[in-house]
Design a binder for this molecule. Structure first.
Ligand code: FES
Length: 105
């Protein structure tokens, strides 16, 4: 049993010299949106709750913005807030991963 029911890591890494990275693709705004929504839905907290974290480079830079949801270790590429909302509603609340946004393991 994991401490959090869902622990989500958004890569918000910013690389130098204009190199492709999740930050330049908007990941910081998307992470902030997810954090705000989880708080708004009263899902955030400690044991048994949901945690939205920022992460450094997850080494999938050309697939970004990327995030990963544990404990299932499901990787996603998200393009906008609607994608993030779909993951919150389907995966975080409904335990059903969003296949159309999944990245290969
Ligand atoms: S910059 Fe996001 S995975 Fe590397």
């Amino acid at each position: 049993m994991s401490y959090y029911t869902k622990h989500v890591f958004f890569c918000t890494n910013q690389r130098d010299l204009g190199a492709e990275c999740c930050h330049s693709a908007g990941s910081s705004d998307l992470q902030a949106y997810a954090k705000a929504r989880v708080t708004q839905l009263k899902l955030s907290g400690g044991s048994g709750k949901v945690r939205i974290n920022r992460a450094g480079c997850l080494n999938r830079c050309d697939e970004g913005p990327v995030l990963v949801v544990y404990p299932e270790a499901v990787w996603y590429r998200v393009f906008d807030k609607a994608d993030v909302e779909e993951i919150i509603q389907s995966h975080i609340l409904g335990n059903t991963p969003v296949d159309r946004l999944r990245l290969a393991d």
